[in-house]
Design a protein around this ligand. Structure first.
Ligand SMILES: [Mn+2]
Length: 337
């Protein structure tokens, strides 16, 4: 079970962050809205306090978030290293902050190198972790999103939520909770969101349509195709869908665009665990995503197969043909239910 970080512990992290002058903020590879939104929000808060802040991610930020969350503050690790080399004296990084993961391997090799060279580093995360990591890093597995934790930190810094900060945090929380539907969503989540919405700093319907609307018709067509083939096990406690590579090609839809498809399965009556199987670009690999409505810890299923995640949301990449992987995974899920 997770434990909520105390006010005192959070204050300690605020002190540590405020003691640094040059800060680099990063997140995991294939960053999601929670990672990027958390980076951006904290970067704006620290800039307002006069810090030197750069958001650096292993790879260049794709179109996906750049379109919506302004990416002026972001550099790829290569751009950052080039910039550092150009200056005769390498400016040292006082503090590196890693968002939305607490596993160094997840930030990419260039970023790991920078992490080792930084004076200090901390993880700010909400994935379940060991007691040891929790003792030294800012990790709260009760938080619905890393963005929620970052919101609390920014409040404790006494920095008001600017429209940029509010938009970044709101996006992080909406996406990571699939619009407030997971069991980690708490009164604290909604209190924070209420504060973000004060003074009309954000327009929820605009954010929503940026994130989930404005889709090409092919997006609905592929969703229809995928849901038409949805399956359930004997007692309807497990439901799944699969996305073969050829469908992505046929409908010209990116892998990322299909991420929310799995959530539709949570509406099936009696269902406890839902799964989505998607053929990866790498031949012979299938990404398996798991979600639950909270009654079953899907991270246990993912861990059994070599993956990981949260109680309500987890994933693993498996090798094999899609049909084989489905049979194998459903069998494991049935055993663990
Ligand atoms: Mn997250």
């Amino acid at each position: 079970m997770g434990e909520q970080l105390s006010h005192l512990a959070l204050k300690g992290f605020v002190k540590l962050i405020l003691a640094a002058k040059r800060v680099v903020i990063t997140t995991h590879i294939n960053p999601d809205a929670d990672g990027v939104g958390s980076q951006l929000a904290l970067a704006h808060a620290l800039l307002s306090l006069g810090k030197e802040v750069t958001c650096v991610n292993e790879a260049e930020m794709g179109r996906r978030w750049g379109r919506f969350l302004p990416n002026k503050l972001f550099l790829s690790s290569e751009e950052f290293l080039k910039q550092k080399n150009r200056k005769a004296k390498l400016p040292k990084i006082d503090l590196m902050i890693v968002m939305d993961t607490h596993t160094p391997e997840r930030i990419g090799s260039n970023m790991q190198m920078l992490l080792q060279k930084s004076e200090r580093f901390i993880f700010i995360d909400h994935h379940p972790c060991s007691r040891y990591s929790r003792a030294i890093h800012c990790i709260d597995s009760e938080a619905a999103a890393t963005g929620e934790l970052v919101g609390r930190l920014i409040s404790l810094m006494g920095v008001p939520f600017s429209p940029e900060i509010a938009r970044a945090l709101y996006t992080a929380i909406v996406v990571d909770t699939s619009s407030f539907r997971y069991p980690t969503v708490s009164a604290a989540t909604h209190h924070l969101v209420a504060t973000l919405l004060e003074d009309k700093k954000i327009n929820p319907s605009e954010v929503y349509s940026h994130l989930y609307g404005a889709k090409a018709i092919s997006h609905l067509q592929i969703l229809g195709e995928v849901l038409r083939e949805a399956q359930v096990n004997g007692d309807h406690t497990i439901a799944w869908i699969s996305i073969p590579r050829r469908l992505l090609k046929r409908f010209r839809v990116s892998e990322e665009d299909t991420n929310p498809f799995i959530n539709h399965l949570l509406n099936v009556d009696r269902v406890k665990v839902v799964m989505m199987f998607r053929e990866s670009a790498k031949a012979g690999q299938v990404k398996v995503s798991f979600r639950s409505n909270g009654s079953v810890d899907v991270s246990e299923i993912a861990k059994t197969l070599g993956g990981g995640g949260h109680n309500h949301s987890a994933a693993v990449i498996l090798t094999g043909r899609m049909s084989e992987v489905i049979v194998r995974t459903v069998a494991v899920a049935e055993l663990l239910l």
